[in-house]
Ligand binder design. Structure first.
Ligand code: ADP
Ligand code: MG
Length: 649
């Protein structure tokens, strides 16, 4: 039953992933290129000559456009989600993309739009493209539509940022059943909710951000005690440092300044990232780059040298960790478990740093590293998705809840905040407070919804305003106004106000002041997305044909391979027959028929693939490297990857 499956999504700053529950364990769904990580990069293809709408690409394809058409590429859009024009402008100082020229920076309600080539996009739209790509990957994998998801967000995301994430889901054709805090998801991936009680630290060191969260688990409910971090600290800083060193060395030792050459710098960046990753599991790395004048920049970097270089960067994670422990009001010794999240926690020096901060080895403890650190958030989202999807085994599992990160209330007389839902309340939450009027004959009451911990309204974040009108004139203090706050399971706040004597009522689903309106979201869905059934069928057909073409091309080349001669005549005839079948059906219109013919041909060629592998291994032993042998094989037969797992109806 692939239909109706709820997926879990980690919509990351650097990389995004989609996962689902396969039996009892969460599994990440790979993209067409076989990779589990989809880089959170979106690019606009060149404008077609006929003036039609340019295509949007996502992930590794979009990354390639960074060199050729950087003005049509956007990354790190998560930083811009749910933020006002002024906040976005400050953030953009660090990035090459710009706000659209016609964005009114003076209007506090303006939704920022980013210029991409000749078009402009709001941050939720850009995220929607990433989500749509993930959704497509999952649909391709299941062979069925995917329409419901759980999406993770940083624990510190405020209501506006959460709402923007939800809007992005909707634009991508996904119903977002729940937004889950990333650290909560990581703890879930490790099944820590089964422990019943304890204090957990989640140390998330990703590409561009560092987050540290302290969770308290009680009766299967995670409460975020405190979060801290650095919104501009991550693997990118390590890459930038290594890149700067390499550029300086090349200039000093070879007299070549690569900095003005964007593509050379990009190639060098790629090389330093590869070197960094290699140093996570090797004692030394080596890079070798051809320079424009034909000479080579060659450099050996022992791990010890690398660790010295990055020490100041890693030390920057210690300060927020100390702060978060203080804010949570706990002793480091009370932290029972530490979960490592984020690709950069693969670096051994980072693990040592974590050990030192949380006194782990001295307490005979180890951090959780059993799962891939860049996958754990998505895996946890899949666990939550399964629970919400209704297949949880016990009602106890269903109770798994999240909490509100900040207090919610309204502005009362004198500009003070009347708190209605305190921070860390479990979601769904609802609370009611009663108010009255301050002036005789007052018929309207302004309800100003606020988020934050401060006492004065001006120091809190304004979420929404609405008026309760038409109260019959009464003396001050007579009306009885009931204000009800409800945070639904999806994390979205609904506020209603009702004057109980007259029955007058007003309510609002809280949209942040500069959030998108329902109409805007709706029009963006129509503008940019194709959710129709017909489109889905068409896409499946196109993909099925592509897979068929790939395997047909490989089979076409097969007789030239020495391994072919080792097949029996029968085997060769079967392959030929199935090849003809696939050639015929792949011109047809039925994706399922094409796929099953592709599977049959794939199975018939399995022994050939094994023989080829043997051949490759033998020649590797004869002198070629194993790596190269692997590559040869990869070129020959492209397994039509997810088909084995797909279910056909
Ligand atoms: P985000 O949560 O910010 O989207 P990820 O958790 O996917 O990011 O982490 C991406 C970062 O992890 C990148 O800077 C990448 O270079 C780094 N990274 C991935 N694998 C390794 C490794 N083996 N060693 C060091 N850094 C790594
Ligand atoms: Mg992440």
């Amino acid at each position: 039953m692939a239909e109706g499956r709820v997926v879990g999504i980690d919509l990351g700053t650097t990389n995004s992933l989609i996962a689902y529950m396969q039996g009892d364990s969460p599994v990440v769904i790979p993209g067409v290129d076989g990779s589990n990580l989809v880089p959170s990069i979106v690019a606009l293809d060149p404008m077609p000559a006929d003036g039609s709408r340019p295509t949007v690409t996502v992930g590794n394809t979009a990354r390639k456009a960074l060199i050729e058409t950087p003005e049509r590429v956007i990354y790190s859009v998560k930083r811009l989600m749910g933020r006002g024009v002024s906040e976005v402008q400050a953030e953009l100082k660090l990035f090459p993309f710009r706000l659209a020229a016609d964005v009114d920076a003076a209007n506090p309600n303006e939704v920022p739009r980013i210029q991409l080539g000749e078009m402009t996009f709001t941050p939720p739209e850009v995220s929607a493209y990433i989500l749509r790509q993930l959704k497509r990957n999952a649909e391709r994998f299941f062979g069925a539509p995917v329409t419901q998801a759980v999406i993770t967000v940083p624990a510190y995301f405020n209501d506006a940022q959460r709402q923007a994430t939800k809007d992005a889901g909707r634009m991508a054709g996904l119903e977002v059943l729940r937004l889950v805090n990333e650290p909560t998801a990581a703890a879930l991936a490790y099944g820590l909710d089964r422990e019943k009680e304890g204090v957990i630290a989640v140390y998330d060191f990703g590409g561009g951000t560092f987050d540290i969260s302290i969770l308290k688990l009680k009766d299967g409910i995670f409460e975020v005690l405190a979060t801290n971090g650095d919104t501009h600290l991550g693997g990118d800083d390590i890459d930038n440092l290594l890149l700067a060193i390499a550029l300086d060395e090349i200039r000093n030792d070879y007299g070549i300044d690569l900095r003005p050459h964007a593509d050379a710098v990009q190639a060098l960046r790629k090389a330093v990232i590869e070197a960094k990753i290699e140093l996570s599991f090797k004692d030394t790395t080596h890079f070798d780059i051809e320079l424009p004048n034909g000479t080579r920049y060659q450099r050996e970097i022992p791990r010890a040298v690398f660790e010295d270089l990055i020490k100041p960067i890693l030390e920057r994670t210690a300060v927020p960790c100390k702060q978060v422990i203080a804010d949570a009001g706990i002793n480091p010794e009370e932290i029972g478990e530490v979960v490592l999240v984020g690709g950069s926690t693969r670096i051994p020096a980072v693990r040592r740093q974590v050990d030192a901060i949380f006194h782990l080895s001295t307490r005979g403890k180890k951090p959780h590293t059993e799962l891939n650190p860049d996958e754990v958030v998505a895996l946890g989202a899949a666990v939550q998705a399964e629970i919400l999807g209704g297949s949880a085994k016990s009602t106890e599992d269903m109770l798994l809840l999240d909490v509100t990160p900040l207090s919610l209330g309204i502005e009362a007389l004198g500009g003070v905040v009347a708190r209605i839902i305190p921070r860390n309340s479990t979601i769904p939450a609802s609370a009611t407070e009663h108010f009255t009027t301050g002036v005789d004959g007052q018929t309207n009451v302004a309800i100003h919804v606020l988020q934050g911990e401060r006492e004065l309204a001006t120091d809190c974040r304004s979420l929404a305003r609405f008026d309760l009108k038409g109260i019959p004139p009464m003396s001050a203090g007579m009306p009885r106004i009931e204000v009800k706050f409800l945070i639904a399971a999806d994390g979205i706040l609904h506020v209603s106000a009702r004057e109980q004597r007259s029955g007058k009522e007003a309510q609002i689903e809280v949209k942040p002041t500069y959030g998108l309106t329902d109409e805007q979201v709706e029009s963006m869905i129509l503008d940019s997305f194709d959710n129709a059934e017909a489109d889905f069928a068409k896409r499946l057909l196109i993909e099925a044909r592509l897979e068929a073409e790939t395997i047909l091309a490989a089979v076409e080349r097969a007789p030239q391979h020495p391994a072919w001669q080792k097949l029996t005549e029968d085997e060769k005839l079967t392959i030929d027959a199935l090849k003809s079948v696939l050639q015929i059906v792949s011109t047809g219109e039925d994706a399922n028929v094409i796929r099953s013919a592709t599977v049959s041909l794939d199975q018939a060629t399995r022994r050939f693939a094994e023989l080829m592998m043997e051949e490759a291994v033998t020649s590797a032993i004869r002198g070629k490297t194993m790596d190269k042998a692997g590559e040869d094989l990869g070129d020959e037969i492209q397994a039509p990857h997810p088909m084995a797992a797909a279910e056909f109806k």
